[in-house]
Design a protein around this ligand. Sequence first.
Ligand code: BEZ
Length: 247
Amino acid sequence: MEWNSALYDKKHDFVAEYGKGLLEFVPKNDGQAILDLGCGTGILTVQLADLCHKVVGVDSSQSMIEKAKEQFSNIEFIVCNALALPFENEFDVVFSNAVFHWISDHDTLLKNIHKVLKPQALLVCEFGAKGNIAAIESAFTEACNDTGYEYEPKFHFPMAEDFGRLLKNNGFVIDKIYDYDRPTVLKDGKQGLVNWMKQFYASELEEMPENVQATVCKRVEELTRGTLWNGEEWVADYRRLRVIAHI
Ligand code: BEZ
């Protein structure tokens, strides 16, 4: 999927906003190097820069990296795949916010992270936990089926126990691992859920004629109104898995 970096920064800046809480787990050390894995448009990378000697932001999306470079020309940003990181034994911290649920192979991902970390280095990450956006996924699946399209769920939201096991199997020592509900207000009032779908289900919606796209979005709103609409805004049913671990 190619990302719409403009829509992302304008309507979904809460992703980086919530990520600020995760920054508290990154120690400040003027000698350290940090890798921001899945840096998007670089909003958190620039804050990580204040905590270290060197920060590198990587993302698989060309358009996100272009925007990041445009906004923060003094920071190094690289387009690369999280499953083929071009570093070895280079970083004291790998930081990652709202990225791992886009990656199906968490085992290879953790092997890559382990490889780029120095001995005793830290992994600080947060992403969707089991049950994340369950109401949206279920409504989108039903709305697609109703209109003759099939939606194959594409996100990977693990249980804390399973991800913890994978961390240990890959040589990490877990300092903290927990999941929690984080209801997330979507910007733009009535338009919030449609904006969200246009960003995150872009590749599925693009397969449909415009009138079908509108029908699907409307049906998702109908199906989720009882649980996600609070009378003024859409509140997405986010659940997070937070991990602090070292090697
Ligand atoms: C998330 O951050 O949990 C998320 C965002 C977009 C799509 C799926 C999950």
